[in-house]
Design a protein. Structure first.
Length: 101
């Protein structure tokens, strides 16, 4: 589970990224989950756009993508989903340490 500080950091890292996947009328499917999972392994942080013609609720789409890829949902803003999953072999993003309360 990400802390608020870590999510803020990841949002700032994702700001300049372009969405590399789109969820359309068909919604979320297994092939899409597999491709997004592979992209997360390489990139760790990705944006996905939800198209206007998507019939599912955007919150449901975001949760399905996060659950299916076992990634953290960093942000859902408008129709854009930001997902983060630390890479096993390609670690590039260094998260800020969680501070003790």
């Amino acid at each position: 589970m990400l802390t608020g500080k870590q999510k803020r950091f990841l949002r700032s890292q994702a700001h300049h990224l372009q969405p590399i996947f789109q969820v359309g009328k068909g919604g979320v499917n297994d092939a899409m989950i597999k491709q997004i999972g592979e992209a997360l392994e390489v990139r760790e942080l990705i944006k996905i756009s939800i198209l206007q013609n998507c019939e599912d609720e955007k919150q449901d789409v975001a949760e399905a993508l996060a659950k299916g890829t076992k990634a953290e949902l960093v942000q859902l803003i408008g129709l854009t989903v930001v997902l983060y999953k630390p890479s096993k072999n390609n670690k590039r993003i260094e998260l800020p340490k969680a501070s003790r309360a």
